[in-house]
Design a binder for this molecule. Structure first.
Ligand code: DQA
Length: 147
């Protein structure tokens, strides 16, 4: 099973970016840990990070022709604004789990609303880098039960 991991804007700065909120782990270290976990779970992880909404929409659209089974995504700021990313997830009809490092519900009001969550099978937020691990485990378990 191939799992697509999508990270949105400013997440390339993890480790440096507001560590009090997002932690000290770099995106590279998170992805490398997830790659190992995916292998243990019998999956292959394909990762993609972009600061550009259209590039993320393109990447989600491509997943249908690539044999991707599911998506783990942290749309970052686009969570709260992007109808296009929401529509892309709905269009490909792949199970997706939304991830946030921080607890978006305990922060500014504009972060309380997610446009993308309603088209995902679930959301994991607030556990720092562990949110990604929990999301990958949840998605793999969902896919295994479904198959
Ligand atoms: C985030 C939360 C978003 O509100 C924010 O814009 C991000 C990161 C998180 O992982 O906690 O860039 O998605």
């Amino acid at each position: 099973m191939k799992i697509l991991l999508i990270n949105g804007p400013n997440l390339q700065l993890l480790g440096f970016r507001e560590p009090g909120i997002y932690g000290h782990d770099t995106l590279e270290s998170i992805v490398s840990h997830l790659r190992e976990l995916a292998a243990e779970l019998g999956c292959e992880l394909i990762d993609f990070q972009s600061n550009h909404e259209g590039a993320i929409v393109d990447r989600i659209g491509e997943s249908v022709t690539e044999g991707i089974s599911g998506i783990v995504m942290n749309p970052a700021a686009y969570t709260h604004t992007s109808v296009a990313i929401r529509d892309a997830i709905a269009a490909v009809k792949l199970p997706a789990v939304e991830v946030h490092l921080s607890n978006v519900h305990a922060r500014e009001e504009f972060r309380n609303r997610s446009l993308t969550a309603p088209v995902c099978i679930g959301v994991i937020a607030g556990f720092g880098a562990d949110s990604y691990e929990l999301a990958l485990r949840a998605l793999c378990s969902h896919l295994k039960k479904r198959n």
